[in-house]
Design a binder for this molecule. Structure first.
Ligand code: 8ID
Ligand code: ZN
Ligand code: ZN
Length: 352
């Protein structure tokens, strides 16, 4: 028997638990969950921290049905449910926001599993990856090849998949401009790289000179600083000779979204990804009609999007710019995120 399959599963483990929205994030011992016959038990070694985790915790997604957050978990399978096919103990697996779906409804049938009305969501309706051992539906778990750096692959499981799918939703051609609004964050830093790898020209918007240097290193041709630029709409139009062909809104800002429907090029596609609480898109009807723009929502990705997004990473086309902290430090990472002080992604080492 190899080392991989000889893992002993403890009865208890460390997790970050919260009772209800805004309650303290407690780093404590909890029981190791038992996988259902259709599930895997994954020893999560690393987990990314997504802004969605902060939204869930702060209550902006409504009532939470799970008390352990996290949905960018990368680890090793330690137990396989009795009905599971295609997985074995020792395999590397990824835990995504979409933990499971019904696989029978009209949305699941067409591969739009995230849109399933019965979707089970890691860190929201299903205890997520902010614990050392987490369960996940074997159909939705991401297959990660062996020998991959599990800390670096973790952000692909939500941020990477989401921006890759959003770029597909923008439906652009190589050589066209895409604006990444919120470019220095977890989603944005990956979006710049996927966009560049897909052949698009990137104009990045975020705040501060340090973020400008950062996004240019990742491949952005132009940087607009929203903290100093007085007329963002005109600046974006000027830099792209008439507006970008597509926009990915990955900031947590209603104002930024509403600027994007103004600077978009005629026939362009505005993609909504970031989820500022209670925000509304206000698009001017007259110019939206005359420019014939489209506003499209994009929500994580399905299994195929996940494998494609992972493939870009495995081929070295995108690099996850990560900083590592301990699982016990989740609340510090949430604070940094709220303060807009993170460039790229924080990944938590679950052993600390
Ligand atoms: O499937 C989905 N649609 C999906 C999947 C994953 C995440 C949606 N999200 C959502 C999250 O819930 C969150 O609302 O995408 C948003 C971004 O997540 P993130 O990348 O994990 O957050 P971050 O790392 O904090 O990055 C946000 C960036 O936006 C910038 C910040 O400076 C930061 O770099 N930003 C802000 I806040 N206001 C801005 C503005 N007005 C801005 N950038 C440009 N203009
Ligand atoms: Zn996420
Ligand atoms: Zn369904």
């Amino acid at each position: 028997m190899s080392d991989d399959t000889s893992t002993t599963i403890p009865k208890t483990q460390k997790a970050v638990y919260f009772e209800k929205p805004n309650a303290p994030l407690e780093y404590k011992d909890v029981p190791v969950p038992e996988p259902k016959p259709t599930e895997l038990l994954v020893n999560v070694l690393y987990t990314g921290v997504c802004a969605t985790d902060t939204h869930v915790w702060s209550g902006s997604f409504g009532e939470v049905k799970a008390h352990i957050g996290g949905h960018e978990g990368a680890g090793k399978v330690v137990k396989v449910g009795s009905n599971v096919k295609g997985w074995k103990v020792g395999d590397y697996a990824g835990i995504k926001w979409l933990n499971g779906s019904c696989m029978n409804c009209e949305y699941c049938e067409q591969g739009a599993e995230p849109n399933c009305q019965e979707a089970d969501l890691s860190g929201f309706t299903h205890n997520g990856s902010f614990q050392q051992y987490a369960t996940c539906d074997a159909v939705q778990a991401a297959k990660i090849p062996k020998d991959v750096d599990l800390a670096k692959v973790a952000p692909i499981l939500c941020a990477g998949v989401t921006v890759y799918k959003a770029l597909k939703t923008a439906d652009l051609l190589a050589g066209q401009w895409v604006c990444i609004s919120g470019a220095a964050g977890g989603l944005g830093s990956l979006a710049i790289q996927y966009a560049t790898a897909m052949g698009y020209r990137v104009i990045a918007i975020d705040g501060g000179a340090d973020k400008g240097e950062y996004v240019k290193k990742l491949g952005a041709e132009v940087y607009i600083d929203f903290t100093t630029e007085k007329d963002i709409v005109e600046a974006v139009k000027k830099a792209t000779n008439g507006g970008p062909h597509g926009v990915l809104n990955v900031s947590v800002s209603e104002a930024a979204i509403n600027q994007s429907v103004e600077y978009i090029r005629p026939l362009g596609k505005v993609v909504l990804v970031g989820l500022p609480a209670n925000a509304k898109v206000i698009a001017p009807v007259f110019s939206s009609v005359l420019k014939s723009i489209q506003i499209r929502g994009s929500y994580v990705g399905n299994r195929k999007d996940t494998q494609e997004a992972l493939d870009f990473f495995l081929r070295g086309k995108v690099e996850c710019p990560i900083k590592i902290a301990g699982l016990s430090e989740v609340s510090k990472v949430f604070d940094l995120m709220h303060a807009g002080k993170i460039m790229g992604r924080y990944v938590l080492d679950t052993s600390k």
